[in-house]
Design a protein around this ligand. Structure first.
Ligand code: KIV
Length: 266
């Protein structure tokens, strides 16, 4: 099993091989997704919603991120691991972005960092790359700027939207980004951006024209009752887990568990 490295992504784009990315936040999911062949595991700040129950991503701190990043990097054998810089840990200055990124690499073991924003974050991106840390950009719907964007809104619509997004994407590519996530961008714009860029694009709700796809694993696996419309549910893991837990509870209450196969008689 060969470890996925940064140079593999451009090679994959060049030969038209799609890149599969999933979020992961802990050792159990990191092991399963790594063995399933995911090329990239993203320890996203979506853990604020999905794991920490904070109701948004903006509340996540760097200190909260690091143990989750460490769990995933300590488990993945093959997959490349990207960690998100949370809101408030990079916007202030290039120095702040570098200091925060160093923590994700040094304490979390991340292979690369991701943060949101285009031209306005190009100086930060360049500084992080200059510090020797691979950087992945994130354009389109950027959850950390949800208040500015007026909620969860599809991006790339309207006159000038493509040109503006292209300028953002080119600024990040020029700054040294090795990859770009495009979230909830209308398909024609995502496809045009993908063709215009040398670096690979990873779509989430951006259609089939990007160089790869990413989904939040709980949406992909059907962990909760609801998944966004762009996320295909490949299983109903939440229901399966609920059934297992109900059987356990009723066997404990009825005395059927533990049975002789599940305890030490001497
Ligand atoms: O935080 C996250 O999980 C993400 C993906 C949705 C791309 O940024």
């Amino acid at each position: 099993m060969k470890k996925v490295r940064i140079h593999h992504f451009r090679e994959m784009k060049a030969r038209g091989e799609k890149i599969a990315m999933l979020t992961a936040y802990d050792i159990a999911t990191a092991r399963i997704f790594d063995e399933a062949g995911a090329d990239v595991l993203l320890v996203g700040d979506s853990l604020g919603d999905n794991i920490l129950g904070q109701g948004n991503t903006a509340a996540v701190t760097l200190d909260q991120m690091i143990p989750f990043v460490r769990a995933v990097t300590g488990t993945a054998q093959r997959a490349f691991v990207i960690a998100d810089l949370p809101f408030g840990t990079y916007e202030v200055s290039p120095e702040q972005a570098v200091a925060s990124s160093i923590r994700l690499v040094k304490e979390g073991g991340a292979n690369a960092v991701k943060f949101e924003g285009g031209r306005r974050m190009a100086r930060q991106a360049e500084a992080v790359v200059d510090a020797g840390i691979p950087f992945c950009g994130h354009l389109g719907f950027t959850p950390q700027s949800e208040n500015m964007l007026g909620g969860h809104r599809v991006q790339g619509r309207g006159e000038g939207a493509y040109e503006s997004m292209l300028a953002d994407a080119l600024a990040l590519q020029e700054a040294g980004a090795f990859m770009l996530v495009l979230e909830m961008v209308v398909e024609p714009v995502a496809t045009r951006l993908t063709k215009a860029l040398d670096i690979p694009t990873i779509g989430i709700g951006a259609g089939p024209g990007t160089d790869g796809q990413v989904l939040v694993w709980l949406d992909m696996a059907g962990m909760g009752d609801w998944s966004p419309s762009f996320a295909k549910r490949y299983a109903e893991i939440g229901k399966a887990l609920g059934t297992a837990a109900s059987s356990y509870v009723s066997e404990v209450k009825g005395g059927a568990f533990p049975d002789p196969g599940h305890y030490f008689s001497e």
